[in-house]
Design a protein around this ligand. Structure first.
Ligand code: ATP
Length: 215
């Protein structure tokens, strides 16, 4: 079965954590496609000061040299908040029932999954694939943990069924977040990660300088 990986995010800014994660998901789970979907109005975060167009520009610049990853800008075309359930339903409609849709998130997103709009219905349209993220561990109690226990499958299941499973993928990832980068860029954090500049693709760093972002 064809498999499509989907990584939604604010990408404010996109960083190597996102890129490594997308590449690792694609390679280790042998996904046929991997798409990054910048969101328009993040339902769980304050509206970013960078415009949607600027965040999309940064994603495009970062992926220029990476033909294995694609941008899917559909959430920016919608006017209302970008709920994952709506995006997945739209993709399912487009792709038909014989394509496996794999919505990829970091562990921090899984922990807060019960705050997502219609979260239990996500598996009607696709799988959920979770990457370990430094500092976050698998929930062991509560409704997300119970739900996880009922729906967890092995990675192999992603090619056997179009939807319905949760996979916990043991990917070794970079410990960086957009929050840390915004702080480092604005010079506010004295404890900025040492090599923070290396956590940004050079084309994205140049764009940030050019547009005078995060000052
Ligand atoms: P912020 O610091 O602003 O919250 P972020 O770095 O978490 O941003 P988002 O654009 O919100 O970036 O993240 C999109 C997705 O990528 C989320 O599912 C998040 O869990 C995941 N993610 C981001 N950075 C990492 C990382 N370093 N390791 C694993 N997952 C990550």
């Amino acid at each position: 079965m064809k498999t499509i990986g989907l990584l939604g995010g604010t990408f404010d800014p996109i960083h190597l954590g996102h890129i490594r994660m997308a590449q690792a998901f694609k390679a280790q789970l042998t996904l046929d496609e991997m798409r990054l979907l910048p969101c328009h109005l993040p339902p769980h975060k304050a509206t970013p000061a960078r415009s949607s167009a600027q965040r999309l520009d940064m994603v495009r610049l970062a992926l220029q040299a990476l033909p294995e990853l694609q941008v899917d800008a559909r959430e920016l075309l919608r006017e209302q908040a970008s709920y994952t359930i709506d995006t997945l339903a739209e993709l399912r409609e487009e792709q038909g029932s014989e394509v496996s849709l794999c919505w990829c998130v970091g562990m921090d997103s899984l922990v807060n999954l019960n705050r997502w709009h219609r979260w239990r219905e996500l598996l009607d349209y696709g799988h959920l694939v979770v990457a370990a993220r430094p500092g976050w561990s698998l929930p062991v109690e509560g409704e997300v943990a119970d739900w996880l226990g009922r729906h967890r499958i092995e990675p192999q299941g992603l090619v056997e069924r179009a939807a319905g499973g949760v996979v916990i993928a043991p990917l070794g990832l970079v410990d960086i977040s957009s929050t840390q980068l915004r702080e480092a860029l604005s010079g506010r954090s004295l404890k900025a990660p040492l090599d923070w500049r290396e956590q940004l693709p050079p084309t994205v760093y140049d764009y940030i300088e050019q547009q005078r972002l995060y000052r």
